[in-house]
Design a protein around this ligand. Structure first.
Ligand code: GLN
Length: 276
């Protein structure tokens, strides 16, 4: 154990960083490529770089942004300022979509509000024969989506989901998955320090947090084939409201699934086999 690492831990702890020791170890390893537990200490150049990153982390910039990469399921994504960080909570959303597609040959899949592309890329990795399209509006998120989807076969579209549905052929899609912005106005006013560094566009779901669920339920059913699925990430208190919206807009077999932290996280809605 070396003094520089100890003081890095103390500095992050003093700044209120949750799990300060973990973050300190990640930053130390990132800069030195060595294990802080076995290392004698950073060189001057390394210490200078570490200091810059410690200052940013102490200001509660997300660790993901400082490292520039973050793992999701069994792969690694490019991340940074301007795009929502991939979260472990979202993995169950992707896994749910993968399970639903198990017996669907050559599925056509949309990831709406894709951000880094984590959900769509997870599906594409599970089903190399799938046709996956990631849709993202943000110019700041776009370069990350481009980098992450490069050479994967996943298509990308820069579009606003509030109008893009008009371009879709009826009954042409097997499954739509989305982690849309879903925070309420009240939640937007009380963000965690780390989350306040993330783009509001990726978080703000309107006054009651449900704007995107209303849109997706109302406007994206026509594009799904009968029996197709809408797989939505939700906030942990939104299950009842989103399931109710699904019923209101004529979806069937609504169900909710928890994430690995035990919170409600996914709502699945199915388009009726015979619509109408
Ligand atoms: N899970 C995120 C948070 O609570 C919100 C992501 C979203 O709005 N899609 O910070």
């Amino acid at each position: 154990m070396n003094a520089a690492f100890q003081s890095l831990c103390a500095r992050l702890q003093a700044a209120g960083v949750p799990d300060a020791r973990f973050d300190a170890a990640q930053l130390y390893r990132f800069v030195t490529r060595r294990d802080p537990r076995l290392d004698d200490g950073p060189t001057d150049a390394e210490a200078a770089r570490l200091d810059v990153l410690a200052t940013r982390r102490a200001a509660r910039e997300p660790l993901q942004y400082l490292l520039g990469e973050w793992d999701f399921l069994d792969f690694t994504l490019k991340v940074g300022p301007g795009v929502l960080c991939p979260r472990a909570d979202s993995e169950v959303v992707c896994e749910t979509a993968i399970e639903l597609l198990r017996n669907v040959p050559h599925p056509t899949v949309l990831d709406l509000c894709a951000g880094t592309g984590c959900l769509g890329l997870g599906v594409a990795r599970a089903y190399p024969d799938a046709r996956v399209t990631c849709v993202e509006k943000s110019g700041d998120a776009w370069p990350y989506l481009q980098a992450n989807t490069m050479d994967t076969g996943v298509e990308t579209v820069r579009a606003d989901v509030f109008s893009w549905y008009r371009t879709l052929a009826p009954e042409s899609v097997d499954l739509i998955l989305s982690n849309p912005p879903y925070l309420t106005a009240g939640e937007m006013r009380a963000l965690m320090p780390e989350t306040s560094h993330e783009p509001a566009m990726a978080l703000d779901g309107g006054t009651d947090g449900l704007d995107f669920y209303r849109l997706l339920c109302a406007r994206y059913k026509a594009a799904l084939r009968p029996g197709g699925w809408l797989v939505l990430e939700i906030g942990c208190a939104q299950a009842a409201q989103v399931l109710a919206l699904g019923g209101q807009y004529g979806w069937q077999n609504g169900r909710c699934r928890k994430d690995y932290g035990g919170n409600d996280r996914v709502v699945v809605l199915q388009k009726p086999e015979k619509d109408g």
